[in-house]
Ligand binder design. Structure first.
Ligand code: AMP
Length: 654
């Protein structure tokens, strides 16, 4: 029988049984009406974090997971008998690398054929294939069968875990959530994140940008001293993404001036550089190449990530992996300066982005009042040093926790969007669109309708004209990006506007771009001169999950949950039987108890041990059905406890 199934599956205690304060605590958590709360979720590349606004206390609580950690790995794993999410998934990653999925945020809303994905795939131990519409699909083995999963499904599993963490804390179902995304996420990435939320059974009240959420966390703290306008620069370097934003805070108004970033730069890239360095060293020393071995790479990567963190507070550290490959141990060391050298180009790229953001905001760096560090990778000393130099010695703000600030801000926003919640901070948030949006006009030219860093929500209508005589329809292609040639940008979608009246070239029609609070775009076109209206709206559905698919995945998520529940029930039943086998064996071995048992009772216990053991083995190392196990555990309780119950010493003995 698998040893893993013997672990304690029950919570260590339930608040109800520990003391009588359960009711009071529940009310404290949920606000005095005891109503459900809206939560804020920071869905990270490597870790996720969930928080809630506590109405009665007028503060945010960052919620611990079942392991007591405030951050939960964004990992999902599949085995022959169960699905694991969070710490449990990450902990077994080295032994089950092909079926342990992480980095979903690097894939979400992207196309399989994007070169950036191809590069990542070389580093991932799990398999990614192309699905319909060039959507990436993750291949895993679950219950012995190959399963193809959409990235949205993987992200939805992480979101489900975060929701469950909040529900366990609040002791009530949670439906509403604000989810954060990197400021630089494009339209498809945002929409795919919303879809993941829907599959997780959440009502996604709003998608907000990570640096903006962090600014809320920071600004709430500081705003008492903020009567005048204050320029705040947020530097958010996480596990897989990098964002910067310049905000001004004045009174209750939080206004993003500009944002810039790279949705594919972060701690994992720094880890990869170290992994490459040690793969080379191992090759040199042992003449063996581990670059094609996912297990060895995963173990080396974990050791490198630990070393990278250590180098944030020491100048040299060791990297050790027992039996890394073909029984050979690996032991080496790395200095902070070597780590910095390996990543210098990436750190410099971060600083170029900082510069670009300030340029876009048209704010000189000496006018920045506070520089706030967010994201785990902002702890890297070289990064801080470069920022220090850039801002000419301005002290960097360390008063907020870089791991929690984003979830904190999301929780405040969730409370603000919930009706009837009192005691919420009074603030108004204005965010911006990270990329320019426009349409393709004659000559493959990008005609920008909404320039990047425009405050949202926004609606703009431009008048365009036909390019040929008697043109009856026009193709409208919507792009996002900064390149002058439209086709070099990202095509979001296209539609035809039919029904134009016969007219010489130069006939006018309107194109309207509208971006809502979530940063989601709708484009429509209208011909109005003849009085006939043609209006079409596109919502970038291409590459997005259809309503039918989402419905299917919600059902699938239910069946995953049911399977998880079934697995736990079976594990509990097996634990229970195991417990009885242990107790019965111990009773038979104990001289005192033995002397008090009749030979008939001993016989009964012995045969019960044999039957319980065979049920657990199921004859071929496969345990029996749940009901059979549960029924027999009940039978044992009825049979065994009266026998041993008559022996006073038995229970004190145990
Ligand atoms: P986040 O996405 O904000 O949770 O950041 C996670 C990333 O931060 C991971 O790549 C971690 O390895 C990295 N990280 C966390 N703590 C440190 C540290 N002390 N030094 C360097 N990197 C860190």
């Amino acid at each position: 029988m698998s040893q893993k199934l013997l672990c304690k599956l029950q919570p260590l205690f339930s608040p109800e049984t520990v003391d009588g304060n359960h009711g009071r605590r529940l009310k404290e958590r949920m606000g005095k009406n005891g109503k459900g709360c809206a939560i804020g979720i920071d869905l990270g590349t490597t870790y996720s974090c969930v928080a809630v606004w506590l109405e009665q206390h007028g503060r945010v609580e960052i919620i611990h997971n079942d392991q007591g950690n405030k951050i939960t790995p964004s990992f999902v794993a599949f085995t022959d008998d169960q699905r694991l999410i969070g710490d449990a998934a990450k902990n077994q990653a080295a032994t089950n690398p092909e079926n342990t999925v992480f980095d979903a945020k690097r894939l979400i809303g992207r196309k399989y054929s994007e070169p950036i994905i191809k590069n990542d795939m070389m580093l991932w131990p799990f398999k990614v294939i192309a699905g319909d519409n060039d959507k990436p699909m993750i291949v895993v083995k679950y219950h012995g069968k190959e399963k193809h999963l959409f990235v949205e499904e993987i992200s939805s599993m992480v979101l489900t875990k975060m929701r469950e963490i909040a529900e366990a804390y609040l002791e009530s179902p949670v439906k509403n959530a604000v989810i954060t995304v990197p400021a630089y996420f494009n339209d498809s990435q945002r929409k795919a994140t919303i879809d993941a939320g829907v599959i997780a059974g959440l009502n996604v009240m709003r998608i907000i940008n990570e640096p903006t959420a962090a600014a809320i966390a920071y600004g709430l703290d500081k705003r008492t001293n903020c009567k005048k306008k204050r320029n705040i620069f947020i530097f958010d370097l996480g596990g897989g993404t990098f964002d910067v934003s310049l905000l001004t805070i004045k009174g209750k108004e939080f206004k993003v001036q500009a944002t810039a970033g790279n949705t594919h730069l972060g701690g994992e890239d720094f880890d990869s550089r170290m992994v490459e360095y040690f793969v080379e060293e191992f090759r040199r020393k042992s003449k063996l190449d581990i670059s094609e071995n996912p297990k060895a790479l995963r173990r080396l990567r974990s050791a490198c990530e630990r070393a990278k963190r250590t180098l944030s507070w020491t100048t040299c550290t060791t990297v050790e992996v027992d039996c890394l490959f073909q029984g050979i141990d690996f032991c080496s060391s790395i200095t902070r300066s070597r780590f910095e050298e390996l990543n210098m180009d990436l750190f410099e790229e971060c600083m170029e982005t900082v510069d670009r953001c300030l340029n876009d905001a048209k704010i000189d760096k000496c006018k920045v009042h506070d520089v706030v560090l967010v994201g785990g990778s902002s702890r890297i000393p070289k990064v801080k040093e470069l920022l220090d130099d850039f801002f000419k010695g301005k002290s960097l703000c360390k008063s907020i926790n870089p791991d929690e600030a984003v979830a904190y801000g999301a929780a405040v926003q969730a409370a603000l969007l919930s009706k009837g919640i009192k005691n919420v901070p009074d603030l108004v948030l204005y965010d911006v669109t990270p990329l320019s949006l426009g349409i393709c006009i004659k000559g493959d030219i990008m005609s920008v309708v909404i320039p990047r860093n425009t405050t949202i929500p926004v609606k703009k209508t431009y008048c365009y004209t036909t390019s040929a005589d008697n043109q009856s329809s026009v193709l409208i292609e919507v792009y996002e990006g900064e390149r002058a040639r439209a086709s070099d940008n990202n095509l979001l979608g296209s539609f035809d506007l039919f029904g134009l009246p016969p007219a010489p070239r130069g006939h006018p029609f309107d194109v309207c771009f509208a971006i809502d609070e979530n940063g989601i775009l709708c484009v429509s076109a209208k011909e109005k001169t003849t009085g006939s209206k043609n209006e079409i709206t596109i919502t970038n559905d291409k590459g997005r999950l259809s309503a039918h698919e989402i419905k299917k995945f919600i059902q699938e998520a239910e069946s995953f949950r049911a399977e998880d529940k079934k697995f736990l029930r079976k594990a509990n039943a097996m634990n229970s039987l195991n417990d009885y086998i242990y107790k019965m064996k111990k009773a038979l071995k104990n001289d005192y108890i033995n002397s008090k048992l009749s030979s008939e009772e001993k016989e009964k216990i012995s045969s019960a041990i044999t039957k319980a053991t065979s049920l657990l083995d199921g004859g071929n190392n496969k345990p029996g059905e749940i009901e059979v196990l549960e029924d027999y555990a009940k039978e044992l309780k009825i049979m065994f406890e009266p026998i041993v119950g008559k022996i006073d010493l038995f229970f004190s003995f145990y």
